[in-house]
Design a protein around this ligand. Sequence first.
Ligand code: GLN
Length: 536
Amino acid sequence: MPAKYIFFTGGVVSSVGKGVTAAATGLLLKSRGFRVTVQKLDPYINVDPGTMSPYQHGEVYVLDDGAETDLDLGHYERFVDIRLRRVSNFTTGQVYAEVIGNERRGDYLGGTIQVIPHITNEIKRRIGLVAKETGAEIVLVEVGGTVGDIESQPFLEALRQLRNEVGRENVFFVHVTWLPFIGATQELKTKPTQHSVAALRSIGISPNMIIARSDFPVEEGLRDKIALFCDVDKRAVVPMVTTPVLYEVPLLLEKAGVGDFLVERLGLRPSAKPDWGPWKKLVERVKKDKPKVRIALVGKYVELKDAYMSVREAVAHAALSQGLEAEISWVLSTDLEKGKGWDAVKSADGIIVPGGFGSRGTEGKIQAAKYARENKVPYLGLCLGMQLMCIEFARDVLGHEDANSTEFDRSTAHPVIDLMLEQRSITDMGGTMRLGLYPCALQPGTKAAAAYGEKKVEERHRHRWEFNNTFKQEFEKAGMVFSGISPDGKLVEIAELKDHPYMVGSQFHPEFLSRPMRPHPLFVGLVKAAKERAII
Ligand code: GLN
């Protein structure tokens, strides 16, 4: 059986929730018993988002195999509860790099290399790889950007070709658009949707379904109009009214009949009936009024919440599991350095210092770690947050005032965080960190071991620096416990304080493995400790 393909394109504006729609649709099909996977095509020229600023791109989401990918892959993994791979995300940059590499090797000797067919062939090859590598029966493919962008044209052309190659009966196009609301006349407008469908048609693609995102309820008449003007079945015009509860989207799409329509049009044979019980319960729990747990997130990119997408989700999952609602205060670490923003830190029940690169803002984060240690406020450090917690400890508890990471101070006499040996000779910045899943042995009797309830775990990494083992004994004597170590004994993976309710830092990024129904143990540990503090 050839795989079936569902393509998601975006119209009118970006940020209408195309990624969440694709993820939720994946769940509709998985819950009908299909093997489903999701892929994202990114039109930008960077090889991957790994070298991009979070301001530009939001979070870089890391997969098991170390691929540095778009944050939409986080949505796919969280909604569909699958583990994706490198093939699940590619960019224009990767496509061109491959084609140019082939050209230099002489693969096309004599030929002129063109967008059609060489670039489009490479795009199709990469889409085809997904079903082969994952064994998925249904591949959902999200095209980044908005129809009409110059960059995404080769992708759309490739999809058009693919439709003929794999057979029209095996391909379904979903176009996700936006209905603007005109305040003066109090009405929603369909014209931009019509235009974007016209633009899509001009490149030879007629959408089979239109999902129209709107901040207001959509009347029947409007659905009729979209169906008529855009030439789609009325059942396939799906209004998606904004919900503050992300995890409600699959339920909304199911209610709108999206799952059944896809089954019908793609000639699918479901082997299971969806059981929405657990999702409904989850959404009910999210919507219910709950006591709040206040978490201060001290970071450098806090103006852009997308930069910490998975951290935010992981906090929400953990809080929910404890019957609480997480209220995150976003604290700019550079503000703390200027004496600003401390109210949010001081009123928090727990503090998180997430990952980051470069020295800007690190001193503010170190001050936050000091505050957490001295005032026994629950603290979770993620990667950089773990490194800074160790630096703070070295400075204040061990008295090494100049302690630092060599990332920020190359000549410090106390490099408690240092470049990994393997990293010293690396000159290329892209894709060369310690990336992806690595095992970690938990030391019995520690907070980390108690949180996980396991002896060995595997977690996703993205870093160059690490704890410098020459300082290990000194740290241990003063009350730092290294509760997670790589099984070869060489790398510190988790550090925690002995005399503290919960001061834990991990060299890895636990946030990438948190799922709505399976919150991550280290986040649950933080929330539990924060809850206790809130009660006192
Ligand atoms: N900059 C640090 C390193 O490379 C931390 C990285 C991170 O937080 N992901 O080791």
